[in-house]
Design a protein around this ligand. Structure first.
Ligand code: FAD
Length: 519
């Protein structure tokens, strides 16, 4: 069914002619930034996934919100141009691309905002939508001794890119995802309007944009909640052979009050063998630590589980850290003898995946495709998921980390555009595949599809995180009873369906009528 939402008439706007002369377009747009021809080899035609490549018309490096507004308004005066904000292009399925459209490189705006704001006893930082989280971290900690509360595991992602999805890591059980830790945004809507929004000001736009997959506006500034940064982190991994014991302990930790648990809780699945990527060697935190498999019971299966936790402390707290950490570990049922721990600075801890990436780049075969799959699975279905997906379909691993850890729905704001499974506790599952050799990319993509199809077939309570669907029916199912709200937000803030075409949710129609994506 085609959902007709409204018609925008532009009788007084003559359609601008877009030839290949970038300097004349730049001049007519009065851009402060720069513009380049689109090219298949350009940054804008690629992403981290390496599965899709499309050629944009132009790549624009704006100087700020005004430039972005001009670009969106230019697109609105044509019958077919679309606009994609590109953060750091770490999407998997072409979500930041625009075929034949205008791609905005948000990184060119990364230095526009950086203001530390003490407000009524709390602390915030205003940062650019195009800023990388790694820069936000290092600048905040070194200048002010404060840091955002909620992170992603890897920090070479932009603020606008993760806020358009959710932004999840091991702190989210306590503070919610990154979308729960922002109090104000400046957004350029699909009408080209520059709008400041918050919980109380233009709130529908504010909540729409958070987790909105780039559909309602381009985030040019975000105000992020801060906490005092600890000096150090005790980072610990412990091992389980039984899924039920792993989930019992992980759920126990994420449901304790602040001050009575760890500050970070994650977990992963690994293979009960010596495979360097997915087996025992993936567990020790320090190359000096050896994984001793003799501690694993003979009756253990081919899959094991690792709980990863971290405890924040200040240098002056050092004498009490052992007591606090040992008290918490004493309540867990991991396999004796399989504990690995290190003490690292807070920034080193948060930059751990960036460091691992540098090591892989230095030693590895270079950038291959990354057919990753991320899901949220309800606690009520996670044992079934473990049995069918981890213990059966993926029993030999995925050539990279297979994360799984619990999150609490009450820490997410239902008014944002993110959709979640039912029930208070759900698990994030991330299959982070690297494919230097081994099965073909097509086989891995097909395996991802098989997993999603199985979840749908057995009626699992799940949602894709960083969703990627091809048909309108799939998007409707994904959003469930939130679909009509999502469509209404589109009609209000991007009625011509100009923004984020690479998400494949809405299609721009030459008649300037919004048509829900149909294939
Ligand atoms: P892009 O890929 O450039 O863009 C993503 C989408 O957001 C596109 O639709 C784009 O148009 C839109 N967009 C980009 N910038 C803006 C903006 N300023 N305003 C509005 N829309 C915008 N996610 C987690 O939650 N936790 C993790 O721990 C985590 N780790 C990751 C590790 C790696 C190595 C990778 C590749 C991804 C990881 N992700 C993680 C996923 C990541 O959060 C998303 O892929 C995110 O979109 C990437 O940010 P980006 O800046 O590269 O966005």
């Amino acid at each position: 069914m085609i959902a007709y939402l409204g018609r925008i008439v532009h009788d007084n706007d003559a359609e601008p002619k877009l030839d290949d002369d970038v300097s004349s377009i730049s001049k007519s747009l009065d851009l402060q930034g720069s513009i380049e021809n689109g090219d298949v080899s350009s940054l804008a035609s690629k992403d981290f996934g390496g599965l899709y490549s499309v050629k944009p018309l132009f790549l624009i490096k704006p100087s700020g919100a005004e430039d972005i507004s001009r670009v969106v308004k230019l697109a609105s005066r044509t019958s077919n141009l679309t606009v994609a904000a590109r953060g750091n292009g770490h999407s998997i399925n072409g979500q930041a691309m625009a075929e034949g459209g205008l791609v905005i490189d948000m990184r060119s705006t990364e230095k526009n905002h950086f203001e530390f704001l003490p407000i009524n006893g709390s602390h915030y930082i205003d940062v650019s939508g195009g800023a990388l989280w790694e820069d936000v971290l290092t600048r905040c900690v070194s200048r002010y001794g404060y840091a955002p509360r909620s992170w992603t595991d890897y920090l070479s992602l932009t603020v606008g890119g993760t806020l358009s999805n959710a932004g999840v890591s091991g702190q989210a059980f306590r503070y919610g995802p990154q979308t729960s830790n922002v109090t104000e945004l400046e957004v350029v809507t699909g009408k080209g309007e520059i709008t400041v929004c918050s919980e109380t000001l233009n709130s529908e736009l504010f909540f729409g944009v958070l987790g909105g997959l780039g559909q309602f506006g381009v985030i040019t500034r975000a105000r992020i909640k801060l906490q005092q940064a600890p000096d150090m982190v005790r980072w610990i991994r412990v091992v389980y052979s039984e899924f039920e014991e792993f989930t019992r302990d992980a759920e126990f930790l994420v449901t304790q009050k602040e001050g009575e648990s760890f500050d970070y809780v994650e977990g992963f699945v690994f293979c009960n063998n010596d495979d360097p990527f997915n087996g025992w060697p993936s567990v020790p935190l320090d190359p000096g630590h050896e994984f001793n498999p003799t501690h694993i019971s003979q009756t253990a299966g081919s899959i094991l589980y690792c709980l990863e936790v971290a405890f924040h402390y200040r240098n002056s707290d050092h004498p009490t850290v052992d007591t606090a950490v040992n008290g918490l570990l004493g309540r867990l049922r991991f396999v004796e003898g399989l504990k690995s721990q290190v003490d690292v600075s807070y920034t080193k801890f948060l930059l751990r995946v960036n460091r691992a990436e540098e090591q892989v780049k230095a030693n590895g075969p270079g950038d291959g495709p990354h057919p990753w799959l991320n899901l949220f699975v309800s606690k009520s279905d996670v044992v079934n998921f473990d049995r069918t997906v981890f213990k059966t379909m993926l029993k030999d691993g995925v050539g990279g980390p297979m994360l799984i850890y619990p999150l609490l729905r009450s820490k997410w704001d239902d008014r944002t555009s993110v959709v979640l499974p039912e029930g208070e506790i759900f698990y994030i599952v991330a299959l982070l595949r690297f494919v230097p050799n081994g099965p073909s990319v097509e086989k891995l993509v097909a395996q991802n599809r098989e997993i999603v199809n199985w979840c749908i077939k057995v009626g699992l309570d799940f949602k894709l995180y960083l969703p990627h669907y091809q048909s309108k029916g799939d998007w409707e199912r994904h959003f469930g009873n939130r679909w009509s709200r999502f469509v209404e937000r589109k009609a209000s803030f991007d009625p011509m369906a100009i923004l984020a075409p690479g998400q494949n949710i809405f299609r721009r129609d030459p008649s300037n009528t919004i048509i829900s994506r149909e294939f």
